[in-house]
Design a protein around this ligand. Structure first.
Ligand code: GLN
Length: 202
């Protein structure tokens, strides 16, 4: 049975993640409500705007964020891209905005300046193999510090741009708008590994 990946579709570029997950051979579904989270194997939180999610957290009547938090704490793999990495972080430099605070990282938002300073670069990501990765940064954050059980998967001069902690994966850049499937394939391998460690219900 193919893996079923939910993509949080409350804001941001969720459509691109849906498309790339399908290209990787897994099923993708849009997530807008808490009840839709019950039967997914992994979740992607796309890029967008973290202050918009902060507002949604305050206004939303549906317990979607509590459900994501609980499933994340119980080991469901979650991949946060750009805004998603901010939303997963325990600490956001200089901000008290709402977040899931699941991952032991401290991020700085808009670390490269405004939209016009968006850029593309070739990243060295050893866990993906020797070929460099075409990384697109769009008003992205930088990961300023991580705790000792966070694996740093890629860095540039300004700081860390990709990291993993147990079931959580974050990138400060946007692989979903490139043709390179490797970051999503890495996430799917985490989802598949998490399936194997789940208890078998008889
Ligand atoms: N700058 C946005 C924020 O702080 C993130 C941008 C993105 O996700 N591309 O939330």
């Amino acid at each position: 049975m193919s893996l079923r990946i939910g993509v949080l579709a409350l804001q941001g570029d969720f459509a691109e993640h849906m498309a790339i997950i399908r290209r990787c051979g897994a099923a993708a579904c849009e997530i807008r409500r808490s009840a839709e989270i019950a039967d997914i194997d992994g979740l992607i939180i796309p890029g967008g705007e973290s202050t918009a999610i902060d507002k949604l957290m305050a206004d939303n009547q549906d317990p979607i964020f509590d459900t994501i938090l609980t499933r994340g704490q119980n080991g469901m793999p979650i991949y946060g891209t750009c805004m998603g990495s901010i939303f997963l972080a325990k600490e956001i430099e200089g901000s008290t905005q709402g977040r899931l605070a699941l991952m032991d990282i401290c991020v700085k938002r808009n670390a490269f300046g405004p939209q016009r300073f968006s850029f593309e670069t070739s990243l060295d990501i050893p866990v993906l193999g020797p070929q460099s990765f075409p990384a697109v940064f769009i008003r992205g954050p930088i990961i300023k510090s991580v705790s000792s059980d966070v694996e740093v998967l890629s860095s540039i001069d300004e700081g860390i741009v990709m990291a993993r902690q147990k079931n959580l994966l974050v990138t400060a850049f946007h692989p979903e708008i490139t043709d390179d499937l490797r970051v999503h394939q890495l996430f799917l391998s985490m989802v598949s590994a998490a399936q194997k460690t789940l208890p078998v219900i008889k």
